[in-house]
Each structure stands twice: as C-alpha cells, then as structure tokens.
Design a protein around this ligand. Structure first.
Ligand SMILES: Cc1cc2nc3c(=O)[nH]c(=O)nc-3n(C[C@H](O)[C@H](O)[C@H](O)COP(=O)(O)OP(=O)(O)OC[C@H]3O[C@@H](n4cnc5c(N)ncnc54)[C@H](O)[C@@H]3O)c2cc1C
Length: 409
C-alpha cells in the first residue's frame, strides 16, 4: 500500500519536458487481454491507454484457415456489461455463428470489440518501459514518450517460443515456429517435418497437408492425445456442468477447479504446477484426427541431429532413421521468461520477484515492482492455466479493475 502511494505521488509531479502524455494506466498489448482490460478501464472513466495493433498476433501470425480450439463461450472478450460478445458481433455483422470459430471471425470480432475503446487505443508499439523516481516512462517506437502511473503487460507469448538445442544451428529460412506459421500455402509441394504433438503442431500439419505439402509429424510422446475422447461426459446435462466448466480447460474435475483462479492461487505451488501441466498437456482438437488420416505421424521418436545438406535438411531420429525435408516446423511450445520482453530493461525485470521466469503475482496481478502488473500467460503460474486462454480475460479484467479502482480516484 505504501509503495503504491509513492508511485501515485511521484507521477502527479510528472516531468512535462520529456512526456507528451500522462495516463493513469498504460496497457501494453492489444490482444484479447489488453482489449478486454481497456474496455473495463474506459467504462470506469479511468485515464488509460492501450498500446499495440489490435489483434496483431491473431491476424498476422496464426495460420490461415485455423479454427479456434476453445469453445464459443470461452472465446468471448470481456467487457463490463457482457454486451460485446462473439454472438453480439455475429448478430451485428450478420454472420452465421459457426462451431468451431474460424480464425478470421475471431480476428474481426476483436477489431469490432476494440471500437468501444475509441481514442484510448493507440496502435503504436512500445519500445521501452523505464522506471525512475517519477514513475513509468514509456517510449513508443516512433520516439514519442509518455508517463504512466501504472503499467499492465499484456503482450502475449511471442518471445517465449521454445527452440530445442538440436535445431539451433539450422539457418532461419529452413525453420519456422508454429507461433509464426501464417503463410501455410507457400509450402505447397514441399516436404515439411512438423515437430510436436500439441494442437499447434497437429493443426498446422493438417493445414499443410490440405495445402499439398508432404508432411510428417514427429513426436516424442508415445501416442497423440485427442481432446474430447470422453465426449459422452459432455452430454450428461447438469452432471456435465458439475464435471466441466464451460471454458473446457483441462480434464474432468480439473476443468472445474481452474475456473476459479483465486482459489487455484491458494494451492501449494508444486501441486498447482502439476494441475497446470495436466490442464494444458499437448493434445489435438477432436476435429483433427480425420483431417490427419493421410499424414504420416511418427510417435515415440525424437530428433537427435538436424543439419543442412546442400539445399535440404537431414534429420536424424533417435531410432537411427533419417528424413530429408525442405522445412522444419516447430510445434515445441513456449517457456515463459519475462526477461525476454525486450521492452523491459534488465534493471526492471531484476526487481520483479520471479518463479522460473514467471512473475510472482499478488492481488490485482501486481508484482513486486509497485504499479507493474502482468496478465495473460505470464500470470498462469500464479492464477492457473485459465490465464493461458481467452477465457481468462473476464477474471483478469475484473480482478485488476477492483485493484486499480482503489488508486484511481
Ligand atoms: C496456435 C495457437 C492457437 C491458439 N488457440 C487458442 C484458442 O483457440 N483459444 C484460446 O483461448 N487461446 C488460444 N491460444 C492461446 C492464445 O495465445 C491466448 O489465448 C491469447 O492470445 C491471449 O491473449 P493475449 O492478449 O494475452 O496475447 P496476444 O493475443 O498474443 O496479444 C498480445 C499482443 O501484444 C502485442 N505486443 C507485443 N509486444 C508489444 C509491444 N512492445 N507494444 C505493443 N504491443 C505489443 C502483440 O503483437 C500481440 O498482438 C492459441 C495460441 C496459439 C499459439
């Protein structure tokens, strides 16, 4: 509380020479989390700015033709009155609702949603966040600066992509991470090895196959898990509602628990980590097996060597077999590490108490640096796996608002 007040007093005496704008809350990132929080801040009349191009990650990185894995009800962004839902967008745009939700619909829904933020949305990116005696000084990519009393980091998982050591020496033109697999069609006629057994890897493999690439999935796991294998459990009426929460994150029982992030945060860390891993273990959506019927899937095998031989890649697997491909697609997941956010200086992240790269968070998603908050995937170690998904925007926005409102009067 004492620290929080000091931040407020300092910013009230902000330095007009170097800052063109002041705001109470600066939200960095205009994805589902940033846009939702922005809508709540706007409705409360709090002086806030949300920075970044709306839905940039979804519009520019996700593969063309992708379908959302999350159910419709878990794909709503959050606003205080629950008025700007996916249903409301489709009704306003005269689009027939579809299940699963196509990527393009979701991107357009986010762009429609963002209009309620009006001038509180600034599409410029943030290049630097510094903390000094006057508060947070934010430098935008065009050099403009502003001061903010509070900063919320909602910048997603881009810098956290995992690239296993065996692929480190491959030239960039032969290697893509699923995070940036937008242009599927350019691989038509090419041989592509997809590494991994999660939704990103499996869906990319299906899309590549449909785009006439020659695809093989290579997964270390002994078998592929498919979501919805016990689909009958979802069709038991009120009993299903007891077993699964509507956002459908995690298996029976765990799904119910993770729907309560505040309760999840009270579970001892070791157990909480186990619950988190179980809830997001690699698995493919139920509409994928049929689409992968003609795709070679090699399970129980890892890649032990990867090198370029003339203009192709030679992969060696741990059973001694070899593959020759034109491209490798990594569906190898993410590892949260806030020091990889290049707009946060190391002096600042060094002061954020952490749990293996995740910030240690308290009430209102606050970390050990007063006035600094993290929402989205970076908050999943504290509040559980719901925070990896769009479904967590409701809790994140409301929890942060109740905290911020106290200091914004
Ligand atoms: C292939 C794939 C499929 C997925 N499918 C689903 C799904 O079906 N359902 C689901 O709920 N979740 C899904 N997810 C998880 C998804 O990442 C999160 O649910 C969601 O994107 C979280 O929203 P966010 O706002 O935290 O992050 P993002 O959507 O990543 O938004 C963060 C934004 O911040 C921007 N940004 C980064 N740095 C800066 C900066 N310096 N200045 C300004 N802006 C910046 C980024 O460009 C980005 O647009 C999927 C993830 C992947 C990789």
């Amino acid at each position: 509380m004492g620290n929080e007040n000091r931040v407020g007093i300092a910013i009230a005496r902000s330095n007009p020479l170097r800052s063109s704008v002041e705001c109470h809350v600066a939200v960095i990132g205009a994805g589902p989390y940033g846009l939702s929080l922005g809508a709540h801040l706007k409705a409360k009349g709090i002086n806030a700015r949300v920075f970044g191009e709306p839905m940039e990650f979804w519009a520019k990185k996700m593969p063309e033709g992708m379908l959302l894995r999350s159910p419709r009800v878990a794909s709503n962004l959050s606003d205080p009155d629950g008025a700007f839902t996916l249903d409301a967008y489709e009704a306003a745009s005269k689009i027939a609702p579809s299940v699963p939700v196509p990527l393009e619909t979701f991107v357009e829904y986010g762009r429609w949603f963002r209009h309620q933020l009006e001038s509180d949305l600034d599409p410029r990116n943030v290049m630097r966040v510094n903390l000094d005696s006057l508060g947070f000084r934010i430098t935008l990519t065009d050099g403009d600066e502003l001061c903010a009393q509070r900063v919320v980091i909602a910048t997603g998982i881009g810098p956290f992509k995992k690239k296993p050591a065996v692929f480190q020496s491959l030239p960039a033109e032969y290697l893509t991470h699923c995070y940036e697999m937008r242009a599927i069609r350019k691989f038509a006629g090419k041989r592509v090895a997809v590494i991994g057994a999660g939704q990103s890897a499996l869906e990319s493999a299906a899309l590549l196959h449909e785009a006439s690439a020659e695809v093989e999935v290579v997964a270390r796991r002994g078998r592929i898990n498919w979501i919805g294998q016990h689909s009958w459990l979802h069709h038991l009426g009120p009993i299903s509602n007891v077993l699964y929460a509507s956002h459908d994150v995690g298996p029976v029982g765990i799904s119910r628990l993770v729907a309560y992030p505040k309760l999840t945060a009270l579970i001892p860390l070791k157990l909480r980590d186990r619950i988190r891993s179980r809830a997001v273990r690699p698995a493919g959506a139920r509409w994928l097996p049929e689409r992968l019927t003609n795709v070679r899937i090699t399970t129980g095998r890892g890649v032990v060597d990867a090198r370029t031989v003339r203009d192709e890649i030679a992969l060696k697997l741990d059973d001694g077999s070899e593959r020759r491909v034109d491209h490798v697609l990594l569906g190898t997941g993410y590892k949260v590490d806030i020091s990889k956010y290049d707009f946060l200086p190391s002096e600042l992240t060094a002061n954020v108490r952490q749990l293996d790269g995740y910030p240690k968070l308290g009430r209102g998603f606050s970390c050990s640096v007063p006035g600094l908050h993290f929402i989205g995937a970076t908050a999943a170690r504290t509040f559980g796996p719901l925070l990896y998904f769009v479904a967590g925007t409701e809790f994140a926005s409301r929890e942060l608002m109740s905290y911020v409102s106290k200091y914004a009067a």
